[in-house]
Write a protein that binds this ligand. Structure first.
Ligand code: UT7
Length: 350
């Protein structure tokens, strides 16, 4: 049994805010943002659009894609949605605090009546965690076959627009992948070497909770709840120790890529594309340099979308898939890091 990606989709809010637009409002510059991060613009959801709205749009796109490419037998996306066994949403900016999960809102809007639904919070590593969780759950029961895995964020709602050190980094968006369990009796389901098994082959997940304070939305939880009568000067917002996250990121993504390739006996030439979490081009260049990976192996789109946290990897996968830049049989590595601190990587044969 293998777990394959049968469809991908994305949702990007139309409003595009360039670095120059931001520089007209806060003390920053296009030059600083570009040279320190590789970011040129970000897309921001209008006030009436929430994380679940973006998640639902990306989900429909992934289902339509699977139908259009005849990856499934169902005649339309609605019929396909009704067959889903599981919906997992990765997000740091869920529609509601704690309850209900964003995944339940998505399940309702898709009409996916038989799907179990849950959110996973591993900050920017969420999609990598979600993919492994969803794959494991559909493999665990022979009656389960299909899962929708979504990364969706409205980070503009938790950015502190007066803090130039963080607000310039983030954007809104969502990406989705449809996972399907398939049986290829002729294929060997162990190992990732050329010509061997397909789909999601291997995942590394990790965390270093000692860095919990380096990337944090401090107020509103059980540790520091809002108190009645309290005046809210700034809504819940991201605080970040940029240097600590940067150093952690370079270290863990280097180690994760190296471990995936070493343990699966892969050379860099075997990998078609590496899809990193799109936080900062300098982080990726630094890790690439350490492992002597040519820059063009990495797919980067933070220039257009900035850091969309849980959504960044599935958005990138959808762009690669729709533009034909990945082909069936290609080996792909995803790799990411984020608040928690968390990290991880997936090895996928497309
Ligand atoms: O998904 C995980 C999300 N987090 C990350 O990926 C963050 C990882 N960290 C980083 O990407 C980098 O640390 C940053 C991009 C956040 C910052 O880059 P840096 O090269 O580490 O800059 P810095 O914080 O050392 O700041 C250098 C200077 C400071 O000025 P002084 O003190 O040298 O005068 C900052 O005040 O740049 C200033 N600065 C800015 N200037 C213009 C910080 N932000 C800005 C800004 N525009 N937006």
């Amino acid at each position: 049994m293998v777990i394959e990606i049968a469809g991908t989709g994305r949702a990007i809010p139309p409003e595009r805010i360039s670095n120059q637009d931001l520089a007209e409002q806060i003390d920053t510059s296009d030059e600083w943002i570009r040279s320190h991060t590789g970011i040129e613009a970000r897309h921001i959801a209008p006030p009436h659009v929430s994380t679940s709205d973006l998640a639902v749009e990306a989900a429909w796109e992934s289902l339509k894609f699977a139908v259009a490419r005849a990856e499934v037998e169902e005649p339309g996306p609605e019929e396909l949605a009704r067959t889903l066994d599981l919906i997992v949403v990765g997000s740091t900016t869920q529609d509601y605090y704690g309850c209900p999960s964003t995944a339940c809102l998505v399940q309702h809007r898709l009409g996916a009546q038989k799907a179990a639904a849950m959110d996973i919070t591993a900050a920017c590593s969420s999609f990598i965690y979600c993919l492994e969780t969803a794959a494991a759950l559909i493999l665990a029961d022979r009656r389960r076959k299909r899962a929708l895995v979504i990364g969706a964020e409205t980070l503009s709602r938790v950015a502190n627009w007066n803090d130039r050190g963080t607000c310039v980094l983030f954007g809104d968006g969502a990406g989705a992948v449809l996972l399907e369990k398939r049986d290829y009796p002729e294929e060997n389901s162990g190992g990732a070497g050329p010509g061997r098994s397909r789909g999601l082959l291997r995942t590394i997940l990790g965390a270093d909770g000692s860095g919990w304070e380096h990337l944090i939305i401090r107020r509103g939880g059980s540790r520091e709840p809002w108190k009645s009568g309290e005046t809210v000067d700034i809504p819940p917002h991201v605080e970040m120790n940029g240097h600590a996250v940067y150093n952690f990121a370079v270290k863990v993504i280097t180690e994760t890529m190296a471990q995936l390739m070493e343990e699966e006996s892969l050379a860099i030439q075997d990998i078609a594309r590496i899809v990193p979490h799109q936080a900062n081009a300098r982080i990726i260049q630094a890790a690439g340099k350490r492992l002597k990976i040519p820059e063009e192996k990495f797919y980067l789109n933070m220039g257009e979308y900035a850091n969309t946290s849980a959504a960044s990897i599935p958005i990138a996968l959808d762009e690669l898939n729709r533009s034909g830049q990945v082909q069936k049989g290609d080996l792909i590595i995803t790799v990411g890091f984020g608040g928690g601190l968390t990290y991880g990587g997936n090895l996928i044969r497309w």
